[in-house]
Design a protein around this ligand. Structure first.
Ligand code: 5AD
Ligand code: SF4
Length: 494
């Protein structure tokens, strides 16, 4: 449904039906169709000739990958990219809704772009991604940011060509947000760059952790067919990509929605191992669905990297229950033991939330003690941020702000110490590095990642970018290691 709204405040409620959380929460049995017939109509192929686009991406790798798809479509329409706002004819903000500060950044940017829009009235300014799926956000843009031309949701990305055309022709704001997910569209164009590629294996999430907005903004779990995923990865291997990351909000639930075949994430990884591509990664795992078959497959290593991102969120069973994570502290620790025994050298990273409603000092201490028991190599830590419409937002948020900050500080101290300790263990070791590019701070220095996803900085010729190098670790630090190129003939270490 495309809803055109008058750009004046008073009319919008007449024309506009906001995206609905109630609809988004429905998890029907109806089959998702897989479509292979996306194409850009011949008459639109010159549509963007001579015009420039810029996409600003916020949030996770899923969004980064959606941006690659939108770039692919825009370039098939004839647009070319620019990094300069002033040069752009189309600016899209691909937004993130996971925490309030992510949203604040986008509203800040919309404020800045108002001036540009006044200077360049023909600029098309669009907002897409997870924020567009939120009822409150769309209303706020309609009321307060009338200079936006286009809003479209995460299930409407494939409609970008038609929506852009609408936005050019219409004097009104064009809004298209489907609350319920659409079909899986297989053959969307993608603009990929560099030596690393990201591949969706599934969309959506059915876990409904009580703090999380994702099941509402990304819809129900839908797995891509294995033959489509494998064909895409084989094709990327043929094109020479060196590292492929399989993406899903909860990759361990892959295949659970197939009704005609029994094929799990473990099966998919076993098939990935047979593909001639040097490195395969995946993100993100949910501890609840991480089964023994997957652990067994990963233990054979080869092109399957021994780094597992396994969000724990809290070390307290009581808090995990209120978060609706569906595992206990003990179950998580058992899984960690299983992984560490089966996959020697496995590196574990995690996500942790502090200050969840009702989290007591003792419960926070349990998170610290879990961190000390697992000794994560690295972790992302967050202060809980209430998200409108989620069950946790209705719980009493009774942890004072300064206590939340203090907990985050203490947690980060411990995480930093373990990260440094694990990097210290690499001192003197030779690691295999996929060289990604020049370091951000110093163009003389190259940067890359180990199999275990550790950031390595070393001096070397730019010719090495895109290939594998062996580097001896000389200066381990907290969040990265520095080293020296080893002038040995190159062979894979795994
Ligand atoms: N507040 C704080 N952190 C959150 N995350 C998800 N939702 C919230 C929220 N409402 C964190 C979780 C998740 C990561 C991607 O973001 O730790 O794993
Ligand atoms: Fe959010 Fe939980 Fe789904 Fe992860 S598993 S996307 S935290 S609801």
């Amino acid at each position: 449904m495309t809803v055109k709204t008058a750009k004046s405040d008073k009319d919008f409620s007449i024309y506009f039906q906001p995206p609905s959380y109630k609809d988004a929460k429905k998890r029907g049995k109806e089959n998702i169709e897989v479509l292979y017939d996306f194409n850009i109509p011949e008459e639109m192929k010159e549509f963007g000739q001579g015009k420039r686009y810029m996409i600003r991406t916020y949030g996770c790798q899923m969004n980064e990958h959606d941006t690659e798809t939108m770039k692919g479509m825009l370039e098939e329409l004839g647009y070319t990219s620019t990094e300069e706002k002033q040069e752009a004819d189309v600016i899209l903000l691909n937004t993130c809704a996971i925490r309030e500060n992510a949203e604040d950044k986008v509203f800040g940017e919309l404020g800045h772009l108002k001036h540009l829009k006044l200077e360049k009235p023909n600029l098309v300014l669009g907002v897409c991604g997870c924020m567009s799926q939120e009822e409150g956000v769309v209303k706020r843009i309609l009321q307060k940011h009338g200079h936006v031309d286009l809003i479209f949701g995460t299930h409407n990305i494939h409609r970008l060509p038609a929506l852009l055309q609408d936005a050019y022709l219409s004097k009104e704001m064009v809004v298209e947000v489907w609350s319920k997910e659409g079909d899986i569209i297989e053959n969307l164009p993608k603009k990929r760059e560099g030596m690393r590629a990201w591949v969706n294996i599934m969309y959506g999430c059915d876990k409904f952790c009580t703090y999380c907005i994702v099941p509402y903004t990304r819809g129900k779990e839908r797995s891509r067919r294995p033959e489509d995923v494998l064909a895409e990865v084989r094709d990327l291997a043929r094109q020479g990509f060196k590292e492929i990351t399989l993406l899903g909000q909860n990759v361990n639930a892959y295949g659970k929605d197939f009704e005609d075949i029994s094929y799990s994430f473990g099966d998919l990884m076993a098939d990935m191992r047979k593909i001639d591509v040097p490195r395969i990664r995946f993100t993100t795992s949910h501890p609840r669905d991480f089964d023994d078959h997957l652990v067994e497959v990963l233990s054979h290593k080869g092109n399957l990297m021994e780094h597992i991102h396994l969000p724990v969120q809290s070390g307290s069973t009581e808090v995990l229950k209120r978060m609706s994570r569906k595992y206990s502290r003990e179950l998580y620790l058992d899984l960690v033991r299983k992984i560490k025994t089966a996959i020697p050298g496995a590196v574990l990273s995690t996500d942790i939330i502090v200050g969840f409603p009702g989290e007591t000092d003792e419960q926070f201490e349990e998170t610290l003690s879990l961190v000390k028991e697992v000794r994560f190599d690295f972790a992302y830590s967050f202060i809980y941020s209430p998200r409108e419409g989620t069950p946790a937002a209705a719980m009493e948020d009774n942890v004072p702000e300064d206590v939340k900050k203090e907990r985050l500080y203490r947690l980060n101290e411990v995480l930093g110490a373990f990260s440094k300790e694990s990097n210290e263990k690499l001192r003197g070791e030779v690691v295999e590095v996929l060289v990604e590019g020049e370091s951000r701070k110093n163009s003389e220095v190259l940067s890359g990642r180990t199999r275990t996803n550790k950031l390595v900085l070393f001096k070397g010729s730019k010719d090495l970018i895109g290939s594998f190098a062996h580097v001896r670790v000389t200066e381990p630090q907290t969040w990265l290691v520095k080293g020296e190129l080893v002038a040995e003939p190159l062979q894979m270490l795994s």
